[in-house]
Design a protein around this ligand. Structure first.
Ligand SMILES: Cc1cc2nc3c(=O)[nH]c(=O)nc-3n(C[C@H](O)[C@H](O)[C@H](O)COP(=O)(O)O)c2cc1C
Length: 325
């Protein structure tokens, strides 16, 4: 079995090890969503010994913005900032991936200025028409074009934590009665439409999908649904599955005391797919992370808050593991 420090090549993209920085909104973009020097430094510092840094979610169009100083990738005028970011990450020997997102129903009128959109009409949300869904898929595709133009090695679609793609997957928010709601097959339809559209724009670049694997709610999605979805994502051209939580968010209270709290879901997904799978959840100890790869539970391990707090986490992990051999 491979180890955490072993390299991995995914479709010609070389990762020096299996340590991933998961996307973490840093609040370092400008109010318009532009890349700033502060944001570039945040990633370059942390990417020095990383296998795969995934840049925080960038909104693909105006209604998809969730908060101020969120990174944006909604217009061509933003490409030059992303060029600096990709070049900075590449300069320290890591590939560059950016997560692209739309907040949908979790956006607020205060931030976007109009009623937020989602799969279904609710208190503060307007239901998206089918024409709008095709328009949104194009927004994701255009955002992908910008990332690739800027020199990124691929994109990750944000399909977790209650963002738009996750909102379509979960019966908690998707109450539609057309072909985009109801059965599991119908609830997968919009995310898969986006995946297909983005895949075609990426050529041989990488497509990652952040999968909301469990809503941790009786009427929500469960791992069985996520496993079925993962098979469809793989069949539609996803190269890496980054397994997190669904409507329960990225740090669910029920689980957050458990180290590696979304690893069981990632391991269940890994059993059925052939593409590499990332596990995540409260991981700080490099020996623990190494064990997950050695035991074959996951292919890559994401370390978020520990890496935020200590930008040398990956460097120190490499030293610790080298000494323990
Ligand atoms: C400050 C912060 C910002 C985050 N932003 C994002 C994001 O932009 N996209 C995403 O998919 N997850 C986001 N997450 C979730 C992380 O990627 C990760 O899944 C979570 O923190 C659990 O990993 P950890 O225990 O190693 O920190 C964020 C987490 C934190 C703490």
């Amino acid at each position: 079995m491979p180890r955490l420090l072993d390299p991995l090549t995914i479709k010609g993209v070389n990762l020096r090890n299996r340590i991933v920085m998961p996307p973490m909104q840093s609040g370092r973009a400008s109010f318009k969503g532009e890349v700033t020097d502060k944001l570039v430094n945040f990633y370059v510092r942390r990417s020095v010994a990383l296998g795969l840094p995934i840049v925080e979610h960038a909104y693909v169009s105006a209604l998809g913005k969730i908060g101020p100083k969120q990174l944006g990738i909604y217009d061509d005028c933003l490409i030059s900032g992303f060029e600096k970011l990709a070049a900075g990450i590449h300069s320290v020997g890591a590939p560059a991936i950016v997560q692209i997102s739309h907040a949908g129903a979790v956006a607020t009128q205060k931030v976007i200025g109009v009623t937020p959109v989602g799969p279904s009409t609710r208190d503060k949300t307007r239901m998206l028409t089918v024409d709008e869904l095709y328009g949104l898929a194009e927004d994701f595709a255009l955002a992908t074009d910008r990332a690739i133009k800027a020199g990124f090695d691929g994109v990750e679609l944000h399909g977790a934590h209650g963002y738009l793609l996750n909102q379509f997957f979960t019966p908690l928010l998707n109450k539609r009665t057309d072909e985009f709601g109801g059965s599991l097959e119908n609830r997968m339809r919009f995310p898969l439409l986006v995946v297909d559209k983005v895949r075609r724009r990426l050529g041989n670049k990488l497509l990652l999908y952040r999968l909301g694997s469990d809503d941790l709610a009786p009427m929500g999605t469960h791992i069985e649904d996520a496993v079925e979805f993962a098979l469809n994502l793989e069949a539609t051209g996803v190269d890496v599955l980054d397994v997190s939580g669904g409507m329960c968010g990225s740090e669910p209270k029920q689980l957050s005391q458990v180290v590696g709290y979304f690893v069981p879901q990632a391991a269940a997904v890994k059993k059925v797919v052939n593409v590499p799978v990332i596990g995540v959840g409260g991981i700080k100890d490099p020996v623990f992370a190494d064990g997950l790869v050695r035991d074959g539970l996951v292919d890559l391990v994401a370390v978020g808050r520990a890496l935020w707090q200590d930008n040398e986490w990956a460097l120190k992990a490499a030293q610790t593991l080298a000494e323990s051999v």
